[in-house]
Design a protein around this ligand. Structure first.
Ligand code: IVH
Length: 750
């Protein structure tokens, strides 16, 4: 630090020069921090410069610059976006598109709760605001934290920005001691238009739509920018609470209004699917004149006690659904069909389009799913688009619904070029040349190249480092592309990530000395990798990108097997039974065709039994297969895929190399206090106080595994009246058996 002259001894010209220098230094620091996300001086040093600047200005008021750092409100270094773990996860909603989906929703709710179709059941219906959700935490009436949804479990801390939104009270009276208010931040059409005018006048980029504008405005590191953007907020839900707000959804939202929040005036109570749909139509009619974007109507079960009985699926509540408005469409030219190879080897055709605006967003690609879809058939072999096929050069109608990838809705045959030819799906992988095959009953063609296919390997790696997988900071899709083809420091498979630092040490030219890298970025990357050497079992399994093994399946498998080695052993032991199962599937398919051709009914069970018997599977293998596929939510499809992955020598070796680099942490049972956590429960007989679905969901929420059949692994059998063979088997095996009332007593109040 250079010696500073006492301000009282500065001459005018010295003061002027120092103010100029300070303005420049502070502007550079702001730029480094806010724009580049890479602060180059410490917060303390920054503060010192700012204080010095203010002191000189106070002593020489005439010399204060027009661009004085003192006047730049909020330009001081904010805390960046810290991470916030939501006390109650912020979930999303299932979607309904057709009227039947709405009736289906109401029927599912009734059936889950065991309500007869004539029993009254109230819902609320309200607009689905097209903005971004925000969770506001109030403690003792004071707003202490605002967080974005993020991935649902962890969001970004945007408290300083939320405080600038006038719809968001800083202080509320008469609320529970802890109250998390949830709702949507959005921008009105008028404010959006005015903002874009200002952006353009200032030579800045215009926003594509109000939702993007709202998101871009809320996620500003400098809250003075957020303050200058006209954001609004509607409250419609809550998270953590120290006391209930009300007994119904409708009253709870009314209570939020009383506390000072804006709530949507189009919220209505409805008594049937018919009433919900009629309110949906009425909101749809008003849509154009509301002055803000909505993309559907949200239906919620009104009674909060019923909401809590209904609970959640993995990411969506059973008690609510979003009825979306029909997607916007546009016509354009399909210029070419490209084939992309995914991580599982699936060949996915993509339509390259002449760019066209659909609902405010420019669309230049659309998914074409698979070869049947291009031909005009769905995955059951039935005609779609009236059987019209899709060809290069066609004039097509594209649509997008919400955030989903645009799709092709229709083809205008009158505009089809005379020389066009039906699209021929490649029989080989365009990336590695290996044969691309379709299995019986599967509409997707797969590259058989496995590990030798660079596209598969790269996509697998990108999945491996993705946010829901290993989530390694500084190692994203872009870096994978770079390292994959790197000659000195290649990453060809996941294990290579964890040997990167060691391999770098042995290199002459270190990563830090390479173009685009530096001491800091290389150190950060190696540290971020080290940080992930310890990894949760479920996350690890999901990260492998095995077909059909999604996040939920991976978590369920982890909870069942608890130890990595147990999973591997299970998959190995189940292998022979899995092979037999697949043969039985094929035999079944053949029998079905034969029966159809011969005009008789198919002998499915006999065919399967005979095939499996013909495979003479060891009993241990059958037991392991039943154990794996008996896990709730894990069926034969996941089982087959998993056993395939572990049976493939190359894939297995790559997995083992990775495992050798890691410490895999066993999962924790979700609810520790629960007496059934980690136990395997089977329900049998008729239940009278709850439906089977409800019992199962409740048991799972309490950390139990629910199985369909009694085995040596069963800890508890809940048997209602009419329990038959399962109760007998449980008795034979010495499995504890209780009735429904005992089950309720055991789980009450949890
Ligand atoms: S209720 C448990 N109500 O839609 C889920 N969500 O697709 C509670 N949204 O993440 C959400 N308007 O950002 C609810 N009136 C409304 C909504 C609404 C918009 C958003 C919200 C949510 C997303 C789900």
């Amino acid at each position: 630090m250079t010696e500073e002259k006492d301000i009282s001894r500065l001459t005018d010209s010295e003061a002027r020069a120092e103010l100029a220098k300070l303005a420049e230094q502070l502007a550079a620091a702001n730029q480094a921090y806010h724009t580049n996300d890479a602060p180059d001086i410490s917060d303390a040093e920054y503060d010192r410069l700012k204080r010095r600047n203010a002191a000189i200005e106070a002593a020489f008021p005439d010399l204060k610059r027009a661009d004085s750092p003192t006047d730049q409100v909020g330009a001081q270094v904010a805390d960046g976006f810290g991470k916030v773990t939501h006390a109650v996860a912020m979930l999303s909603l299932g979607n309904a598109f057709e009227d039947e989906d709405v009736t289906g929703f109401a029927d599912r709710v009734r059936s889950f709760l065991g309500l007869p179709s004539a029993a009254p059941l109230e819902f609320t219906a309200e607009p689905k605001i097209d903005g971004l959700s925000l969770s506001l935490r109030y403690e003792d009436g004071k707003l202490v934290q605002a967080a974005t949804r993020g991935d649902g479990a962890t969001g970004e801390n945007v408290t300083a920005n939320a405080l600038t939104i006038s719809d968001i009270p800083h202080q509320i009276e008469g609320a529970p001691q802890i109250l998390e208010v949830r709702g949507e931040v959005y921008m009105s059409h008028a404010d959006f238009a005015a903002l874009n005018e200002r952006q353009e006048a200032a030579g800045d980029k215009a926003f594509a739509n109000p939702r993007n504008a709202a998101a871009g405005s809320l996620r500003q590191l400098d809250s003075s920018i957020t303050q200058s953007r006209p954001l609004k907020f509607f409250a419609y839900a809550w998270g953590d609470l120290s006391a209930p707000l009300a007994e119904t959804q409708f009253e709870a939202v009314e209570r939020l209004a009383t506390l000072g929040f804006s709530t949507n005036p189009l919220t209505k109570k409805c008594n049937s699917a018919r009433e919900l749909i009629s309110h949906y139509r009425s909101i749809e009619e008003q849509r154009a004149t509301l002055g803000y974007d909505i993309d559907g109507v949200v239906y919620k079960v009104n009674d909060l006690a019923l909401q809590s009985r209904l609970g959640f699926r993995s990411t969506t509540p059973r008690w609510a659904i979003a009825h979306k408005f029909a997607a916007e469409t546009a016509w354009t030219r399909l210029e070419a069909i490209d084939i992309q190879v995914g991580r599982t080897g699936a060949l996915s055709p993509v339509a390259r389009l002449t760019p066209v605006t659909v609902g405010g967003v420019v669309v230049s690609n659309a998914t074409l799913h698979n070869e049947d879809y291009i031909r005009g058939l769905d995955n059951k072999g039935e005609e779609i688009r009236g059987g019209k096929d899709i060809r290069e050069g066609d004039w097509v109608q594209v649509y997008r619904a919400g955030d989903v990838i645009p799709k092709v809705a229709d083809v205008d045959l009158s505009k089809r070029p005379a020389d066009s030819k039906p699209y021929e799906f490649p029989p080989t992988c365009p990336e590695c040349g290996s044969p691309a095959v379709r299995e019986e009953g599967d509409s997707v063609r797969f590259c058989t190249g496995g590990m030798i296919c660079p596209a598969q390997a790269k996509e697998k790696l990108k999945h491996f480092v993705a946010r829901k997988a290993f989530d390694i900071e500084g190692l994203g899709a872009k870096q994978i592309e770079m390292f994959f083809d790197d000659e000195t420091l290649p990453i060809k498979e996941p294990a290579d990530i964890f040997t990167l630092a060691k391999r770098d040490e042995a290199q002459l030219t270190k990563l830090k000395n390479r173009m685009g890298w530096g001491e800091q970025s290389a150190t950060n990357l190696f540290a971020a990798i080290e940080d992930k050497r310890e990894i949760a079992f479920g996350r690890m399994l999901f990260s492998l990108g095995i077909r059909h093994v999604g996040e939920t399946a991976a978590k369920d498998l982890a909870l069942h097997f608890m130890e990595w080695d147990a999973l591997v052993k299970g998959a190995e032991t189940a292998r022979e039974a899995a092979v037999a199962w697949r043969k039985a599937d094929e035999a079944e398919e053949t029998e079905r065709h034969a029966a159809k051709a011969e005009g008789r009914s198919a002998k499915i069970k006999a065919t399967r039994d005979a095939t499996i018997a013909g495979c003479s599977v060891p009993i241990t293998s059958t037991a392991a297969w039943q154990d794996m596929t008996g896990i709730d939510g894990i069926g034969a499809t996941v089982g087959l895929s998993l056993t395939d992955a572990f049976a493939n020598a190359q894939e297995r070796a790559a997995i083992d190399r990775l495992v050798a680099e890691l410490t895999i942490i066993p999962p924790e049972a979700p609810s520790k206090e629960s007496p059934v956590a980690g136990k395997t429960v089977v329900f049998t007989g008729s239940l009278e106080k709850m439906t089977r679905a409800e019992a199962k969901a409740r048991a799972e929420a309490l950390g139990a595994k629910v199985a369909g059949s009694v085995s040596g692994k069963t800890d508890l059998l809940v048997a209602g009246p009419g329990a038959g063979s399962k109760a007998k088997k449980a008795a034979d095996l010495g499995v504890e058996t209780i009735d429904e009332d005992a089950w309720l007593a055991l789980t009450e109040g949890l």
